[in-house]
Design a binder for this molecule. Structure first.
Ligand SMILES: NC(=O)c1ccc[n+]([C@@H]2O[C@H](COP(=O)([O-])OP(=O)(O)OC[C@H]3O[C@@H](n4cnc5c(N)ncnc54)[C@H](O)[C@@H]3O)[C@@H](O)[C@H]2O)c1
Ligand SMILES: Cc1c(CN(C)C(=O)CCc2cnc3c(c2)CCC(=O)N3)oc2ccccc12
Length: 265
């Protein structure tokens, strides 16, 4: 990987849980391209899993940050400001809902889970950008992760689909507000990937198989596929791109009707 692309750039990766995380694919790509990074994780349970990953990439700043807690966000960004003074990029790879409501019908979504899902999966990106904006004194690039369930019904994605639709709209409004300061804001819409957030989902294996058989590339995407496209969005290669949702899904989103030769599952 070209190791000049992110040389001298400093950024924050939020949402690393383990080496299956999409955030890990992005962090590896950015490290290979010469970036310096800080990781945030949620709670001690994740610290012991994230520490060896940070060591592997020479990441020295690791911060506990619960994005649903403004004080936690202030503390984390305060540490980053103290250490670096400014940042060039930020990755928000965070989403959460009550998994018991990611099965069955969307119409049965509870008010409590709707609010919590929107807070953690949508508002948290806006809340992060309120703090990141102050540190992007020379401009910068922000990236969040979304899913096709924002655009079309994906069975049982339910309230997460409504949340991702809101997230994609927030990317456009953040891009408009922050563009004049040279801050670009984009999303990657990734195909299904077997991560911690995907585990505990009932028929995930079926979803993966369906995508593999019906995506134009006839395969599922990997965290490395997402990492490479994230590098384009986070680096100067994406200098003219903002407010965009880029599909990194092996082309699945362009298929309206599966090819007749697609073998049955
Ligand atoms: N795995 C997929 O199929 C897929 C596809 C498209 C988009 N996405 C999105 O990619 C992003 C990353 O998910 P992933 O699949 O890598 O799974 P993951 O479980 O590895 O990452 C999700 C992260 O969100 C963090 N998180 C949850 N609540 C938090 C909170 N309150 N404060 C701080 N962090 C919190 C978790 O600690 C975890 O690190 C999510 O936004 C997800 O919706 C995932
Ligand atoms: C794809 C796909 C995903 C992966 N994806 C795109 C996601 O965005 C993950 C969404 C998610 C959010 N919150 C939780 C969980 C998953 C499971 C564990 C938990 O406790 N909470 O999740 C689905 C749920 C139903 C249907 C498809 C999918």
């Amino acid at each position: 990987m070209a190791n000049w692309l992110m040389a001298g750039k400093r950024g924050v990766i939020m949402g690393l849980a383990n080496d299956k995380s999409i955030a890990w694919g992005i962090a590896k790509a950015c490290a290979d391209a010469g970036a310096e990074m800080a990781f945030t994780y949620m709670g001690d349970a994740f610290k012991k899993r994230v520490t060896p990953l940070a060591d592997q990439l020479g990441v020295e700043i690791m911060l506990d940050c619960d994005v649903s807690d403004p004080a936690s966000l202030d503390a984390a960004f305060g540490e980053i400001e103290k250490a670096w003074g400014k940042i060039d990029f930020i990755v928000h790879a965070i989403g959460f809902s009550d998994k018991n409501e990611l099965r069955g019908r969307y119409v049965d979504t509870s008010r409590e889970n709707f609010a919590m899902t929107m807070d953690i999966s949508v508002y948290s990106f806006t809340s992060v950008m309120q703090r990141a904006e102050k540190l992007m004194s020379d401009g910068g690039s922000a990236l969040t992760l979304t899913y096709y369930g924002a655009e079309q019904v994906m069975p049982h994605y339910n309230v997460m689909g409504v949340a991702k639709a809101a997230l994609e709209a927030s990317v456009m409004y953040l891009a408009e507000d922050l563009g004049k300061d040279g801050i670009r804001v984009n999303a990657i819409s990734a195909g299904p990937i077997k991560t911690l957030a995907a585990s505990g989902i009932g028929d995930f294996r079926y979803i993966m198989k369906w995508n593999e058989l019906n995506a134009p590339l006839r395969r599922n995407v990997t965290i490395e596929d997402v990492g490479k496209s994230a590098l384009y969005m986070l680096s100067d290669l994406g200098s003219g791109v903002t407010g965009e949702t880029l599909h990194v899904d092996a082309g699945y989103h362009v298929v309206g009707m599966k090819a007749v030769d697609a073998p049955d599952i």
